[in-house]
Every structure is written in C-alpha cells, then in structure tokens.
Design a protein around this ligand. Structure first.
Ligand code: ADP
Ligand code: ADP
Length: 230
C-alpha cells in the first residue's frame, strides 16, 4: 500500500482567482482507510485531483510514498492509483468490457484470469449482482448503484496501491452499501483506501478522518478523538 502526504499546499484552479486550498497539510500512512469529510466546496475532491497530478500546486508539496508527485513518471503514478468518482461513467459495452478497461493486456478471455489471480472472484461476485454469469449485460442498462459497483470492481482489478473513492455508496441501497463497505474493508490491508464521505456509515468505518472546510484542514484524528473534542 502507498502513503500520501500534503505539506502546506496552496492551490488555485488554472485561470481562477479563488484559492481552493489555503494551507493544506496531512499525512496518510500506508494501508487502512482515511475519510475526508466536510461541506460541499471544501476542497475534498481537489485533494484527489492533486494526488493524481491533474494540476500543479502553487506552493507546498504533494507526495506519494514520500516522493513528490512531480518526480514520479506520470504513468507509474497513475498506475498506482485507482480512482472512482461519484457518478462513475460506465460504457455502453458489456460488463466484461467495462471491467477490462485499464487491466494490462486484458482481452475478453483474459479478464477472468486476472480476476482469479487477484483472488477477487468473491469480491467481484458481490459487486454487481450476478456479474459472474451475466458478463454480457450492457453497461448502459445498469442502475446508478450498479454502475458504482462496476466502477469499484474495475478499479480493484488493476490492483492499485492507493484507492481514491469519491463517495461511491451514495446510490446504493443498504444491503449493497454494506457489501461494498465490506469489500473496501477487505482491500484496505493491501491498498491504502481514501474516501470522500458524506454518510456517517462510511465515516465510522474509517481508521482516520480529515475534516476540511473552506480549503483548510480543520481537524484530523480517529472517530473517537474527533467526537471527544467538543
Ligand atoms: P468538495 O469535493 O469538498 O466538494 P471540490 O474540491 O470539488 O470540493 O471543490 C473546491 C472548490 O474548487 C469549489 O469552490 C469548486 O467550485 C472549485 N472547483 C472544483 N473543480 C474545479 C475546476 N475544475 N475548475 C475550477 N474550480 C473548481
Ligand atoms: P463537481 O463534482 O464539483 O461538479 P467535477 O465533476 O468536474 O466537479 O470534479 C470534481 C473534482 O474532482 C474536481 O476538483 C476535479 O478536478 C476532480 N477530478 C475530476 N476527475 C478526477 C480524477 N480522475 N481523479 C481525481 N480527481 C478528479
């Protein structure tokens, strides 16, 4: 699993005067799950974009495994990271095609070998219901919740060392939310999991919480530490 660090990051989107990150610092150690919480517009999703080096910071440092993201070959950096956004796009192709995206050398036949090698069959089987037998289903016929599960499965198949999830349980019913949370808990042993969380159920399973507001980190700590603060 990978570690992530932000040291005194100042950031504005290109061509935009508004400072989005004022002086953001935090450390995410290897493994486990860290949840970012805070109001809309606080700068949580931007943390993800900066880790993936979609933009350059104005000041400060963003590191992956202690090395500045600008010093990583971009391909290696992005190959280490699985990113799933809230409204995960799913292609019109079949589930098999959707899951193959980004899996090295995957073709229609190889995808299930990858699944087996990664010992992810049981994980994948629990994501979109009946995925293992219905790989021919078209992606564009899926519900929002099914799309979220396909997107997480697709990210997991690439075996990222860092998994960035932008509230991916928002469209799931309670049963599927629990299944997905279990899967995320299981992978947190070998993958550092970072989530933007809105629901308390997601926050409460995190090992660490970073509270952001208006482009600043307001607090960090465990659930218990934060609850006992006031
Ligand atoms: P959060 O994830 O906490 O809701 P974001 O990181 O998405 O917050 O956004 C932080 C701020 O940056 C907001 O004011 C938002 O409008 C702005 N912002 C987000 N994405 C962009 C972008 N691509 N270009 C310009 N401003 C953006
Ligand atoms: P919003 O969700 O605020 O309407 P966007 O969907 O454009 O705006 O993206 C939200 C935030 O997520 C932005 O800060 C954007 O830079 C970031 N973002 C977009 N794509 C990625 C990605 N692949 N990885 C990490 N962050 C991303």
């Amino acid at each position: 699993p990978a570690s992530v660090g932000f040291q005194n990051v100042v950031f504005r989107y290109p061509g935009n005067d508004t400072v989005v990150h004022h002086d953001v610092s935090f450390d995410i150690p290897r493994g486990g799950m860290t949840a970012f919480v805070g109001p809309s517009g606080a700068g949580k999703s931007t943390v993800f974009a900066l880790i993936e080096r979609f933009y350059e910071v104005e000041r400060g440092r963003v590191t992956l495994d202690g090395k500045d993201v600008t010093e990583w070959p971009l391909g290696d950096l992005r190959a280490s990271i699985g990113y799933v956004e809230q409204d995960a796009p799913v292609l019109a192709g079949t589930l098999r095609e959707n899951l193959s995206i980004g899996v090295p050398d995957a073709d229609a036949a190889a995808i299930w070998d990858v699944v087996r090698q990664a010992r992810l069959e049981e994980v994948v089987a629990r994501l979109p219901q009946g995925l293992d037998t219905e790989v021919g289903h078209r992606g564009n016929k899926l519900s929002g919740g099914e799309r979220q599960r396909v997107a997480v499965a697709r990210a997991l198949l690439r075996k990222p060392r860092l998994l960035l999830l932008d509230e991916v349980t928002s469209q799931l019913d309670a049963r599927n939310e629990n299944a997905l949370r279990e899967v995320i808990g299981e992978v947190s042993g070998r993958t550092t999991v970072v989530v933007v969380a809105h629901r308390l159920s997601t926050v409460s399973m995190a090992d660490r919480i970073v509270v952001m507001d208006a482009g600043r980190v307001r607090a960090t700590g465990t659930h218990e530490q934060l609850l006992s603060r006031d």
